[in-house]
Design a protein around this ligand. Structure first.
Ligand SMILES: *[C@@H]1O[C@H](CO)[C@@H](O)[C@H](O)[C@H]1NC(C)=O
Ligand SMILES: *[C@@H]1O[C@H](CO)[C@@H](O)[C@H](O)[C@H]1NC(C)=O
Ligand SMILES: *[C@@H]1O[C@H](CO)[C@@H](O)[C@H](O)[C@H]1NC(C)=O
Length: 431
């Protein structure tokens, strides 16, 4: 099987626009979650009034200004999730030094970007306009802005990539599914290079209302937004919605070596599973995530005992974090009793950025790649008392501050509504 490596990274997150600035702020313990109640009376009437919002500002300072990333006309043509994807793809491709011009290279490069929800703004605004004004009020750009696969579509049009052009939409598992599937396309020879990841931007009152009705969101920290997302903490009580995008350049190993590309890490394995249980609630025993992680390691040919770090999906919900915690322990403690839970290193970066839904898995895969590259475990913010009960939550969750530790092998997990679970195994590249 052809080996697949990561050669470029790009991200737009609530911490910053750009991978380096995001990572620096994450390691420094910054939080990208803020109050959104002043955005409109509709937001102010919702039970959850906090969100991980991409900061507005200049590109130089790690802020978002659409004009600095997009071409004239793009803002009309592309919904915000696709704009974030476009910006992240540009950063990732520059980082990888991959700007092909020959027909062969363009044909060997593909794009695979997913989104969980896409553009609710366009759905709502167009619905209201249509109700009032009828047919003539529907924009010719409505459908292209709406379609999830148009993030990938626009990126391939911009660069002329003629390889696979694909999109997953599997709720909050989207980002990992996109990267995992794309890695398989490279391994199978459908492409030599894949630009892949996830994007999301649906901080809309209707989305928040829906998630709040499903009782998924944190509602107790509207006055202290930085404390709202607290994965693994005893007092966690729901996730915080976030927006952004993560894009990686995946490349066949020999292709990367031949052009002298910088190799961040290798994609060693990918595992998918289903809870087959409930629309939104996990099984308590964490069987779904357990199977996903187990399959990712089997696919990688790596034993559970070799895993140095897990970037958890942990969204800060009572049931989800507990089930994942159980699954991680069941898998990584093994049966020989030699390993103690305290030696298992797992953190959830959602304390800092919230839950980026369809972008979460991609952004977190990037954090995992950087943990491997730099030998540092990113922190779980706001974790003061793991639980409940504390004896169940006895791993090292990297509370509050980053920890230096060599990471050779890591897992990054993502789980979504509908019971879909996935895990990707990333490792230090070794000849
Ligand atoms: C977890 O990290 C700590 C340092 O923070 C390290 O001492 C320990 O060996 C790590 N465990 C594993 C399994 O890598
Ligand atoms: C939550 O995280 C923020 C950002 O790091 C920090 O300022 C705050 O002190 C944390 N709160 C708790 C209770 O740990
Ligand atoms: C597996 O995916 C399903 C969907 O969210 C999800 O309900 C469940 O939380 C996941 N499993 C766990 C234990 O997180």
């Amino acid at each position: 099987m052809r080996r697949v490596v990561v050669t470029g990274l790009g991200a737009v997150t609530p911490l910053a626009v750009g991978v380096r600035q995001t990572w620096r702020r994450l390691l420094d313990g910054h939080c990208g979650i803020k109050s959104i109640k002043d955005r409109s009376p509709q937001f102010a009437a919702l039970p959850s009034q906090v969100a991980g919002v991409v900061p507005i500002g200049s590109r130089e300072n790690g802020g978002w200004t659409a004009k600095e990333w997009l071409q004239p006309g793009d803002e009309r043509k592309m919904a915000l999730f696709a704009q974030y994807a476009m910006a992240s793809a540009e950063e990732a491709l520059n980082d990888a030094g991959w700007s092909p011009e020959s027909p062969e290279d363009l044909e060997a490069t593909g794009v695979y970007i997913g989104s969980g929800i896409g553009s609710l703004d366009d759905v709502v605004d167009t619905t209201l306009a249509y109700e009032k004004g009828g047919y003539r009020k529907v924009s010719p750009l409505f459908v292209p802005r709406l379609l999830i696969n148009l993030a990938a579509g626009h990126i391939s049009m911009r660069y002329g990539f003629k390889g696979p052009n694909h999109a997953a939409t599997t709720a909050c598992t989207t980002g990992v599914h996109a990267i995992g599937d794309a890695a398989r396309m490279v391994a199978f020879g459908d492409a030599d290079v894949m630009v892949s990841g996830g994007a999301e931007s649906c901080i809309h009152p209707l989305a928040i209302a829906g998630f709040a009705r499903a009782r998924s969101l944190a509602t107790d920290w509207n006055e202290s937004p930085h404390e709202a997302s607290r994965p693994f903490d005893r007092t966690r009580a729901g996730f915080v919605i976030g927006e952004g995008a993560g894009v990686v350049v995946l490349e066949e190993l020999e292709h990367a070596k031949a052009r002298g590309a910088n190799i961040y890490a290798e994609v060693k394995g990918y595992g998918l599973s289903s809870d087959a249980h409930h629309m939104t609630a996990p099984r308590e025993d964490g069987e779904g995530p357990f199977l996903a992680m187990k399959r990712a390691l089997k696919n990688a040919g790596i034993k559970p005992a070799a895993v140095d770090y897990v970037n958890a999906h942990a969204t800060s919900t009572v049931l989800g974090d507990a089930a994942e915690n159980r699954a991680i322990k069941t898998l990584l403690l093994g049966e020989d009793g030699k390993r103690h839970a305290q030696e298992i290193n797992v953190s959830s970066t959602k304390g800092a950025v919230g839950h980026l839904l369809g972008a979460a898995g991609a952004v977190e895969a990037i954090f995992t790649v950087l943990a491997i590259q730099e030998g540092v475990l990113p922190p779980t913010l706001n974790l003061t008392q793991p639980g409940d009960p504390p004896e169940e939550f006895d791993c090292n969750y990297v509370p509050q501050t980053a920890q230096q530790h060599q990471v050779e092998v890591a897992l990054s997990n993502s789980f979504g509504f509908g019971g879909t679970n996935a895990s990707i195994c990333l490792a230090k590249y070794e000849k």
